[in-house]
Every structure is written in structure tokens, then in C-alpha cells.
Ligand binder design. Structure first.
Ligand SMILES: [Fe+2]
Ligand SMILES: [Fe+2]
Length: 261
């Protein structure tokens, strides 16, 4: 777990970086929206446990949280969900119905605290409306990103992520080639179905985000990206025609293990 910081005045980042052997790091971010009804977006990795809770408490008293928005039920987003809901008794869980049901195969999610959302539906966080938006790329059928109309920010779940050579606090700190190569590698690895999609059809899903025109993109897997939405969409438009990602095999693992000795 890294040190929390502000992405902007009313949005805090709870950052971590997961090492990908032989490739670099995958940022793993959760976010706190200091709305009138404060919102935690995702709950980090279970391996961070107490450190995640400490990071959260350094940004907000969990008892003040009114919402926990789960973008999808992958382990790097649900890692501390149960702990957070226990520490935040006033919070409701905003999630796609399938995400809530799938999490409840592991522990009894209190469904009376859940708000089931589909893309296009919203919650009222007091001073802003948060709308569920399906990002152009996703690795899980329950994925709902968030468009925050007040900060004009798109919380894009796994979409727009990148594998990067070293931890960074801002997407502007990444050289252009590092950003584009890291995003294309992550997109192909995380959403391999993108290679089965006609580029023209895929462009239509990018166009939906272009029309929303978020000023800032806060991906779970990229340092905060302000004023770069057009650039990020341009990079994603190249993904369907890119070389499919080949996951490392046992030979690669043995090489990595030998290097670590
Ligand atoms: Fe995911
Ligand atoms: Fe993820």
C-alpha cells in the first residue's frame, strides 16, 4: 500500500502497486469521493488488509461513508469489502446485482444494504449524481464505472489501465511510449476478447466516452489522468488490431524464480 494523496480537491486516491514479475507494476487504486454523502470506490487488495484500512482512515473516518461503490467483484477490488462495510455502518453498497450476488458466495453480503445498479442508473450522493457507465473494456460482466458529474471525472474500473515500469502518482509522469505500450499490453491481457471485436464497432464504444468528455479519468489501474481523455481513447482505439497478449508460461516462471535467487 502506498501513501494516499489527492487526485483533486474532493477526491482522494488510496494507491497500491502490484508487481508483475518480468513486466513491471500494475497500479491498484481505490478512491474516496468526498461528496456530501462520501463514497469509497472499490476496496483494494486483501493482501493489504490492515494497511488498506489505515490508508482509508487517513483520508476519511469510515463511519462517515454513505456509499461503497464496487466497480466489479474481482479480488483486487473486493479485497477489503467486508472490513469496510463493518467499519462503515452507515454505508450502502452500490454494485451491479451480479457482483453483489457473486460476492455473497464467499460471505453473507447484507442485501438490505445493497443498491443494485445497471449502466445508465444513478445514485444521489447529495451534492452530485454518480451514474453507472459501462467502460469500453472490462474483464468481468458485472463492471460498472462511475461518471461523477460534479468533478467531471470518469472512474473507469479496469479500463485505461497500464502496466508501468515503476510506480507513478500522475499519468503525466509517464513518457508517451511507456503510457501507450503499457496501456495496450494491459488492455490485451485483461480484455482479450477485444481482438474479436470489429475495430469500427469498438470505436462506437469509445465514442460514448468521448461524448461524455470526462476531464479526468481515474482508472483502478493507472495513475490519475487529467486532461488526457482524448489521448487515452486514441491509444485504446489501437488495441483491437494490436498483437494479442501472450501470458508467460512455466519456462518464464522458472527464469523469474532463478533471477530472484
Ligand atoms: Fe477486473
Ligand atoms: Fe482490476
Amino acid at each position: 500500500m502506498d501513501k494516499p494523496y489527492q487526485a483533486m480537491k474532493d477526491i482522494g486516491v488510496l494507491p497500491a502497486h502490484f508487481p508483475i514479475p518480468g513486466a513491471g507494476f500494475l497500479p491498484v487504486n481505490a478512491f474516496v469521493i468526498k461528496a456530501k454523502e462520501p463514497v469509497l470506490v472499490d476496496t483494494g487488495m486483501g493482501i493489504d488488509g490492515a494497511d488498506f484500512m489505515k490508508a482509508l482512515e487517513s483520508v476519511i473516518d469510515p463511519r462517515e461513508l454513505k456509499w461503497v461503490w464496487l466497480t466489479h467483484d474481482d479480488a483486487d477490488h473486493t479485497g477489503n469489502l467486508r472490513k469496510v462495510l463493518d467499519a462503515a455502518p452507515a454505508a450502502r453498497l452500490a454494485a451491479n446485482s451480479l457482483a453483489a450476488l457473486r460476492v455473497s458466495t464467499a460471505w453473507p453480503v447484507p442485501m438490505d444494504r445493497v443498491c443494485w445498479l445497471n449502466p445508465g442508473e444513478s445514485i444521489d450522493a447529495g451534492d452530485r449524481t454518480l451514474t453507472a457507465v459501462r467502460p469500453p473494456l472490462f474483464d468481468n460482466p458485472t463492471t460498472i464505472g462511475i461518471y461523477d458529474g460534479k468533478s467531471e471525472t470518469f472512474f473507469s474500473a479496469d479500463c485505461f489501465g497500464a502496466i508501468i515500469p515503476s510506480p507513478a502518482l500522475n499519468a503525466d509522469d509517464l513518457p508517451e511510449e511507456v503510457l501507450s505500450q503499457g496501456m495496450i499490453a494491459w488492455a490485451g491481457a485483461d480484455s482479450p476478447w477485444v481482438h474479436m471485436v470489429e475495430p469500427a464497432r469498438f470505436s462506437q464504444t469509445l465514442e460514448k466516452i468521448r461524448q461524455i468528455a470526462p476531464k479526468t479519468v481515474l482508472s483502478a489501474h493507472l495513475p490519475p489522468a487529467a486532461g488526457k481523455t482524448e489521448r487515452l481513447l486514441d491509444i485504446l482505439s489501437r488495441v483491437p488490431a494490436s498483437t494479442p497478449f501472450a501470458a508467460p508460461n512455466q519456462k518464464a516462471l522458472l527464469r523469474i524464480l532463478a533471477q530472484g535467487r
